[in-house]
Design a protein around this ligand. Structure first.
Ligand SMILES: [Zn+2]
Length: 147
């Protein structure tokens, strides 16, 4: 009993080496995807605040890992709420924005690899797989339309 409790506490403790804090992850995401919001593409400077947006929402088991986070402006992060990344992507396009499909797909694929490598996150797995299937269909549609 006590051992179990101890283990749970350890899991919750942030390890400075394996789990960088939010600000560090935001910087890394910006290095990876650029300093613009992946949804509306506005440059995150000055009044447009950069935030980390969980692609697989926390409520769906999405981890606070760099592999699950993209740079999003505060507005997009707030307005997306718990919408799935694909539903929000489609909504962004409906609004006439040009969301970064490559960044979203790339990040979700790396999340899949990270989950495979680290294990766990059972709740996030089917959600992630469904999102990737929908994105693959979206990408295929784009390719058909472009040719
Ligand atoms: Zn935005």
């Amino acid at each position: 009993m006590q051992r179990r409790r101890g283990r749970r506490t350890l899991e919750r403790m942030p390890s400075p080496i394996r789990r960088p804090d939010r600000a560090t992850r935001l910087l890394s995401a910006a290095e990876r995807d650029g300093t613009h919001c992946v949804w509306c593409r506005r440059e995150c400077t000055g009044l447009i605040r950069a935030t980390t947006d969980h692609l697989v929402p926390k409520v769906k088991g999405g981890p606070s890992w760099l592999e699950n986070e993209v740079v999003s402006c505060g507005r997009c992060n707030r307005e997306r709420g718990h919408l799935s990344p694909v539903d929000w992507f489609v909504e962004c396009e409906r609004r006439g924005w040009c969301p970064d499909l490559g960044a979203v797909v790339g990040t979700l694929r790396s999340l899949g690899q990270a989950i495979t490598a680290r294990g766990g996150r059972r709740r996030a797995r089917p959600y992630l797989a469904a999102q990737l299937r929908r994105l693959a269909r979206l990408e295929a549609e784009r390719t058909r339309l472009a040719s």
